[in-house]
Design a protein around this ligand. Structure first.
Ligand SMILES: Cc1ncc(COP(=O)(O)O)c(C=O)c1O
Length: 474
């Protein structure tokens, strides 16, 4: 997506401009003025419009956006209860940074951090430090920065003159980790995929570590196929590394999605602060945290895991507030909505909601497998997400054709190619979220069934440019 250019003047001919005008009978529009009102699109209009006219123009254009509930590409919440919407509307003027002006909103943020610390089994939830962010990307930047600063403090004699920090991760990481490494000048050391392994291998990760490794990122679960990375095995491999070399490498768990799934559905899976090597964890409140975009969370095991010099003390808004965030101003409504959802659902409610999504995912995966044309890479039994490819004997069409044809029915199911060393593999991914009911899943299956005879009748796959992923949200 290109950066916005500010110089695009309104060059459209007048006929073109007239076509964009409103229905003359709409709202307060002046019916005798006909269809002549045509505000420019790429420069500020000379004068104002009545609110109903401006609303109508914007509203009508937005009708061409997709239907978010049919978007099986995104992990981000597309349905909340009306009460949550009301609460968010009531809080739309609250700026998260004005903690002195909005002390109750700040208190709700603090309570959410405490609840997450408890949920993720922090050794002492009362001293766990953490904050809300705009999403997991910002949370990962903050966690990565803390790792880098801690490493830099330990290596002050060599850095920056004689050492370059690196971060070890699977090649399946979300793009925010590549951004982190690029923005903060850290070498990204990535473990490639191999054969049927589509995420990080603990031993291979440990082998990439050296004295300049600031940490290892483990993902719960992978954006590419919904699988959980083996966090406990990763910690064990790093324990062995420490025994042999003395290197003590911390782990950050990117629980963007799984941080709000595993605690409810996989209670026996040990992946969180129960593992002493896990120093920080992030999640997206706006994914399986079940809040509209954008809210994320990042927590550190203890105050010593977050270097004090990264925390800014803001006092010119009337109080002395510690903050750690990339943004200054930020909406408070999402944090309020997160607290509402925690209160509304509780552990049992979250368990029920996530179990329903997982049931839909595994049920749909099994039904698709029964069609005979597809091979499942994952089955939706970790994140409620599964990835599939075409069966070896399918030559008439490929996953890009399936994605394109499903789009004609309104469904957004992305198709994309895997990274090294499995660039030969192209997959479809289905993300099941709260609101994607078994009823909707049945309709998707029906549409797929309808399309199959036509797809099988193709002479060859129609997608020529295999590099172009379709709406892949990773
Ligand atoms: C594993 C993982 N990390 C980080 C992110 C980025 O999260 P956000 O979109 O909340 O910034 C994602 C998004 O899909 C993700 O799946």
């Amino acid at each position: 997506m290109p950066l916005h250019k500010g110089s695009n003047r309104d060059k459209e001919p007048s006929k073109e401009r007239r076509r964009r005008a409103l229905n003359p009978f709409f709202g307060e529009a002046d019916p005798t003025a006909g269809m002549t009102s045509a505000p420019p699109r790429h420069r500020l209009p000379d004068g104002p419009l009545p609110p109903s006219t401006a609303y109508g123009l914007v509203h009508d254009e937005l009708m061409l956006d997709g239907n978010s509930r049919l978007n099986l590409a995104t992990f981000v919440t597309t349905w909340m209860e009306p009460e949550a919407g009301v609460l968010m509307g009531e809080c739309r003027d609250k700026n998260m940074i004005d903690k002195d002006e909005y002390p109750r909103t700040a208190e709700l943020e603090r309570r959410c951090v405490a609840m997450l610390a408890d949920l993720w089994n922090a050794p002492d939830p009362t001293t766990t430090v953490g904050c809300s962010t705009t999403g997991s990307s910002e949370a990962c930047m903050l966690a990565g920065l803390a790792l880098k600063r801690r490493w830099a403090a330990r290596n002050a004699d060599r850095y920056p003159a004689a050492a370059k920090p690196n971060l070890v991760m699977g090649i399946n990481v979300q793009v925010c980790w590549e951004k982190f490494c690029n923005f903060w000048e850290v070498e990204a050391r990535q473990v490639p995929m191999e054969g049927g392994r589509f995420h990080l291998d603990p031993q291979a990760a440990a082998e990439l570590c050296d004295e300049n490794t600031i940490g290892v990122v483990g993902i719960l679960g992978s954006t590419f196929d919904g699988s959980y990375e083996p966090i406990a095995d990763l910690c064990a491999a790093l324990d062995t590394l420490q025994e042999h070399t003395g290197l003590d490498i911390p782990v950050h768990v990117d629980g963007a999605s799984g941080g709000m799934v595993a605690p409810f559905l996989d209670e026996d899976l040990v992946w969180d602060f129960r593992l002493p090597r896990v120093s920080s964890i992030n999640t997206s409140g706006h994914k399986y945290g079940l809040v509209y975009p954008g809210v994320g969370w990042v927590l550190w095991r203890s105050p010593s895991d977050l270097p004090e010099e990264l925390v800014f003390r803001v006092n010119y808004l009337g109080g002395d507030m510690p903050t750690f965030a990339l943004n200054f101003s930020r909406p408070g409504a999402q944090v309020v909505a997160q607290y509402y959802t925690f209160l509304r659902l509780g552990r049992d409610g979250y368990r029920a909601v996530q179990q329903a999504s997982r049931d839909v995912a595994s049920g749909l995966a099994t039904q698709i497998e029964k069609l005979g044309d597809f091979h499942l890479l994952t089955r939706g039994d970790e994140l409620p997400v599964f990835a599939l490819t075409t069966a070896p004997d399918v030559h008439a069409y490929d996953v890009f054709d399936v994605s394109r044809r499903l789009r004609e029915h309104g469904w957004l199911v992305p198709a994309y190619t895997f990274p090294a060393n499995r660039q030969d593999l192209s997959v479809l991914r289905v993300v099941c979220r709260n609101g994607f009911s078994s009823d909707l899943a049945e309709l998707l299956l029906e549409d797929l069934r309808l399309l199959l005879p036509e797809l099988r009748g193709q002479r060859h796959p129609l997608s020529h440019d295999r590099e172009v992923a379709t709406a892949f949200h990773h």
